[in-house]
Write a protein that binds this ligand. Sequence first.
Ligand SMILES: NC(=O)c1ccc[n+]([C@@H]2O[C@H](COP(=O)([O-])OP(=O)(O)OC[C@H]3O[C@@H](n4cnc5c(N)ncnc54)[C@H](O)[C@@H]3O)[C@@H](O)[C@H]2O)c1
Length: 383
Amino acid sequence: MQRKKIRFGIIGLGLMGKEFASAVARWCHLIDDKLPIPIITGVCDTSNEASRTWFINNFDSIKVSCSDYLELLASDEIDAVYCAVPHHLHEQIYIDILRSGKHLLGEKPFGIDLAANIKIQEEIEKHPELLVRCSSEFPYFPGAKRVTDWIKSGKYGQLIEVRSGFHHASDMDLNKPINWKRMIAINGEYGCMGDLGLHAQHIPFRMGWKPKWVFADLQKIAETRPDGKGNSVPCLTWDNAVLTTRCDDPNTGKDFTLVFETKRMAPGQTNTWFIEVYGTMGSVKFSTHDPKAFYFLETTGKEQGWTRIDIGPQSFIPTITGGIFEFGFSDSFQQMIGAFVQDLSNNIISDSFRNVTPEETLLSHRLMTAALESHKTGRRISL
Ligand SMILES: NC(=O)c1ccc[n+]([C@@H]2O[C@H](COP(=O)([O-])OP(=O)(O)OC[C@H]3O[C@@H](n4cnc5c(N)ncnc54)[C@H](O)[C@@H]3O)[C@@H](O)[C@H]2O)c1
């Protein structure tokens, strides 16, 4: 059977644009003879000439290479767009992608703020024929899959607390020059929440855990940073955020505490995504810090002990990788694109995990906007 091909354009050829391309380049890694094959046919970046050359040298499928994304959108050689540009550009570019009739896998936070997200939602409503999803790859780690499978089994009894977070430490280096991710005008008021929040929220939101209120504790730790030209400039974005929320668990009807942590200054952590679920009958935890380890605990009496098992590399879409090998970030990113093309071809297998939906990005924005207000007023804010 001839497998369907989906022609992708990439707008924004920086860190994530290249990650997307690399995942596509080794599509043979995935074993699913119904899975459509992504083909990169267009690339666009305003200023990154070296990156465009990298793409052209590595992908002979490229038909359009340009610096103006409207030129890419005008091409009939492209069915879907992966867009990875700074946050202040999401609103306009995502809207233009939808108006051009192309499917969209956008990057988080899906608009620089709530107003921008609402504008994108309004455009999405006008195009029910288009698939629109937001990037978030960590649920595709095999350990995270174990967590979601376990949550769905209800083995926790009644939820006590869930902690979900994302920690970085590269900003611990106070000599690290400032970049757009530390500038409010480009990254947004949310700071670390906008950058890291959806990663922490994807699984909890998908489990139906919607915050009823939030109490936020935000920190600005690095007050200045070098500008790379010998000067020191103010660094105004939030470095760390801890959001304590309360949610109802649709499975039991009982409420519980859900804590989201997004930190850029977390000593010793490099891109650590984690989730911990604590219940009356059982608990589990997984962290990309120790990517093979899945921990679980059954509450059978007075004493409890964690069991650690080393898990293999199998995620949602089967792969060629041997059962004893390790899974990594690039694998999770490839699985995420796999979920997007499955969705696009209406070939969702019962066991798969969908990408973040537009509605989930709206909930994320409502949460982060309420968090800003909570921190400012010192009060908990209803959502
Ligand atoms: N999913 C993840 O794990 C993950 C990780 C990092 C960043 N991100 C997100 O990806 C997006 C991009 O981040 P990045 O780290 O790749 O940034 P980056 O700075 O490495 O790359 C952004 C690219 O966009 C280009 N660009 C800027 N304006 C443009 C325009 N008008 N048209 C076309 N290209 C333009 C820049 O020249 C640059 O090459 C952000 O939304 C960010 O939050 C996601």
